[in-house]
Unconditional design. Structure first.
Ligand SMILES: *Cc1c(COP(=O)(O)O)cnc(C)c1O
Length: 433
């Protein structure tokens, strides 16, 4: 085939198989196909059937970019895979609130303007025992807002052992700097005492900040002051103690501190994520003393960092489920966390039988910077290493782990309902491999 044998865009569009396609999209697709064909001919290759290529191009353009995937990694709160899957109750609230108008900022009783911050505050107060609560877009925003509102132009004291990077380059010291507060580091990487904070307090000090160590632990010769000891120092100097908890499990999970415990120990403000062990949508929650929460609410950044109605709806649904101890397993993250090993094994055996794989013992992880050392006994179905890529690229993408020359499909992060789908994906991957 020669370059001059290629049809024009108009000629290509006259094919009856393209007649029903939207004109502008089809022109764009046809141009792309002809460009490619030109390059192929110049490289001495033979382009395939052009109309088929245009149809494929159109199908590709219609394919959404943000897609559901099957998480077979065994990492429960996987930041790259969207963190927490939502509970049914949360999804139902999103559909109800998002599908129409809502009283987002309307006070139904008084018939006048209301505040979006009023909807979740009562639930959050009940769940944490706090005087007041505020919800923003994520926990990084919550920390930023707290420091901007309480410490702009002044000093924040923080331990050198807590100046963490959480992932994707998100570093606590950088957030602190953006808030307009300046950082006063105390202690050493492995040991910081309450007296280190006390000695650093001066006329410019505005906040004592404690940051959950999140995704790492210092083991061995290490020391961190008890929160109660830090709270005593804060009280003596009439300074607020802000505790960035990160994960914010509302119910005790391992040694993760809950917001309620942190407040009882004397923290004045506590911040945490909505989509880690809370198991809800991406959000940042701040709970604590009413006068401090009010200062955050009044700060201009609050307007820029506030959560949208879909987030609030999903968070309200999640929190309602959390109120009922018997219903908590309806929150997928908590269900996966607490599921007995035998149930996970049964799923792995079922999958192995469907695809001719082998059951292997694995270790699942909480992820999301919570309980970094916790090893959740788990089970995977092991299949050929060569399947990892086609599984990822398939119609129902499956994300797996490759270890020791095999692809492991960890069944702690898969539901019963997803196993048949994974089996179908494995069969399709073998065809494509
Ligand atoms: C995860 C985490 C954050 C950031 O929370 P996002 O909701 O992801 O913004 C901040 N601080 C700590 C300690 C964390 O673990």
């Amino acid at each position: 085939m020669k370059l001059r044998d290629l049809p024009s865009v108009d000629e290509l569009l006259r094919d009856e198989r393209l007649a029903a396609e939207p004109h502008e999209l089809t022109v764009t697709a046809a141009r792309a196909v002809l460009d490619r064909a030109r390059k192929e001919i110049q490289a001495g290759a033979m382009p395939g059937p052009l109309v088929d290529a245009v149809l494929a191009e159109l199908a590709g353009a219609r394919e959404p970019s943000l897609r559901r995937v099957l998480n077979a990694t065994g990492v429960l709160v996987h930041t790259n895979l969207g963190r927490a899957p939502l509970a049914e109750a949360a999804l139902a609230r999103v559909v109800e609130v998002g599908g129409g108008y809502s009283n987002l900022e309307y006070d139904l009783a008084r018939g006048e303007r209301g505040s979006r911050q009023d909807h979740l505050a009562p639930l959050l107060r009940r769940l944490t025992g706090a005087e007041a609560a505020l919800v923003v877009n994520n926990n990084a925003a919550a920390v930023l807002l707290a420091l901007a509102a309480l410490a702009e132009g002044r000093e924040v004291i923080v331990s050198r052992g807590e100046l963490i990077e959480i992932g994707d380059g998100f570093r606590i010291p950088d957030v602190l700097a953006r808030s307009g507060a300046s950082l006063v580091e105390v202690g050493t990487t492995n040991r910081t005492r309450a007296t280190d904070y006390e000695r650093a307090i001066g006329p410019e000090t505005a906040v004592l900040l404690r940051v959950h160590q999140s995704n790492f632990r210092v083991v061995g010769f290490s020391e961190r002051p008890q929160l109660t000891a830090l709270a005593e120092v804060a009280r003596r100097h009439e300074l607020p103690l802000v505790d960035d908890l990160g994960s914010g499990a509302l119910v005790a999970v391992g040694d993760e501190p809950t917001p309620a415990e942190s407040l009882r120990a004397g923290a004045d403000l506590v911040s945490f994520s909505g989509d880690k062990l809370l198991g809800g949508p991406q959000a940042g929650v701040v709970v604590g003393r009413a006068n401090l929460v009010e200062r955050l609410r009044q700060h201009p950044l609050q307007r820029a960092l506030r959560a949208d109605k879909l987030t609030l709806a999903a968070l309200e649904g999640t929190l309602s489920v959390s109120l009922d101890p018997d219903a908590r397993d309806q929150i997928p993250v908590l269900r996966m966390l607490h599921e007995p090993l035998e149930a996970v094994q049964a799923r792995a055996e079922y999958l192995a039988a469907l695809v001719g794989g082998e059951v292997e013992e694995t270790v699942a992880r909480v992820g999301g910077g919570a309980l970094p050392l916790a090893e959740l006994p788990s089970a995977a179905c092991a299949v050929e290493e060569s399947l990892a890529e086609p599984l990822r690229l398939g119609d129902s993408p499956v994300i797996s782990l490759v270890r020791d020359g095999r692809t492991l499909l960890d069944c702690r992060t898969l539901t019963d309902a997803e196993i048949d789908e994974v089996a179908g994906a494995v069969r399709a991957a073998r065809r494509d491999a």
